[in-house]
Design a protein around this ligand. Structure first.
Ligand code: FAD
Length: 293
């Protein structure tokens, strides 16, 4: 089978985090214009993650909508806000021209032992999804899924039931937390099917820009990092020197290419790339996956 036929029907989407400056937003608009040629399903902007303000999400969405060419999705979390405020944010996003919402609970307050909902807020992503679906019967709504189980979940079965509840509440599809071992994803797909979940599940593929940072983040969100990756990146200091940066980035690209092509060979047709706001790695992946464009 030729590479082209093999990759027929592949759809891509991208995730960025809000830019803090006009310069950063202009760079994201350029990223969107470069990636538009691959006809992505959407480009999504995270919300309040990593301490960023919600206004920055809105400003970044505006910049991406103005860049045109790619449908824009807004992440929306229920944490630390009343139901009315969360729904008002959704109204604003849809009013601006956002064509998909990624509905999330959000994380516990930094330093808090567990997530506590706002007294008037949505308790979880399923509740938020249900309210969004009631307001917009036809809006695509994505939710989060966890091949390695969400750290707050008492068990794999409970986590699968939670995902099932999010689909029952009206989710269109689910995007996974990043993972590096494809077996985790294929096992997860098998388990979701066994649990009666029929909705589309899109693998979230991390395009590593800073291995040390990814390692740290992985530990906080329950994603594992295989020893082979630790060994491959050992001793590289991409922030300290050009040579190390070049080797680090080529390694990262090789790892992402292998992961993605293996998933495509296993039949996966939708991919969501965590771009880390860098255009080149995402474009390189698209050129491998969609070489006909
Ligand atoms: C693709 C993706 C995008 C993300 N984007 C953002 C973002 O933009 N901003 C941000 O702040 N964070 C983001 N996150 C992180 C996310 O907010 C956290 O992982 C958060 O802790 C859980 O959100 P959720 O929507 O999965 O929650 P939920 O699906 O509500 O579930 C979280 C956990 O609570 C459990 N749970 C839920 N409801 C119940 C219940 N009724 N009883 C018992 N247990 C329950 C679930 O089993 C699960 O373990 C993203 C994650 C992913 C995978």
């Amino acid at each position: 089978m030729s590479g082209q036929a093999h990759n027929d029907g592949i759809e891509v989407s991208f995730e960025v985090f809000p830019a803090r400056t006009d310069t950063g937003r202009a760079a994201l608009a350029r990223l969107a214009r470069r990636l538009a040629r691959f006809k992505p399903e959407f480009i999504s902007v995270t919300y309040g993650a990593g301490g960023s303000s919600r206004d920055l999400t809105e400003a970044t969405i505006r910049a991406l909508l103005a860049a045109a060419g790619i449908p824009v999705a807004a992440h929306l979390t229920a944490a630390r806000a009343s139901r009315a405020d969360t729904m008002a944010a959704a109204e604003r996003f849809v009013g601006m021209g956002v064509s998909r919402i990624v509905a999330l609970r959000g994380d516990a307050e930094k330093g808090a032992p567990a997530f506590t909902p706002h007294p008037d807020g949505f308790a979880n992503a399923a509740q938020l999804t249900a309210a969004l679906r009631e307001r917009w019967p036809d809006l695509p709504i994505s939710v989060a899924a966890y091949p390695e189980v969400h750290p707050d979940s008492p068990s794999r079965e409970a986590d699968l039931d939670n995902l099932k509840a999010k689909f029952a509440a009206g989710a269109t599809d689910a995007i996974t937390q990043f993972f590096f071992d494809n077996r985790l994803f294929t096992d997860f797909l098998r388990d979701t099917k066994a649990r009666g979940i029929a909705g589309s599940i899109i693998p979230g593929v991390m395009l590593i820009h800073d291995f040390a940072g990814v390692r740290q983040f992985a530990a906080s969100c329950g994603a594992s990092v295989p020893a082979r990756l630790d060994a491959a990146f050992a001793g590289l200091r991409p922030k300290d020197g050009k040579e190390d940066r070049a080797v680090h980035d080529r390694l990262a690209a090789a790892i992402a290419a292998r992961q993605t092509l293996d998933l495509a060979a296993a039949g996966v047709r939708r991919f969501h790339f965590y771009t880390m706001n860098k255009s080149a790695p995402a474009e390189a992946m698209c050129r491998i996956l969609k070489p006909q464009i």
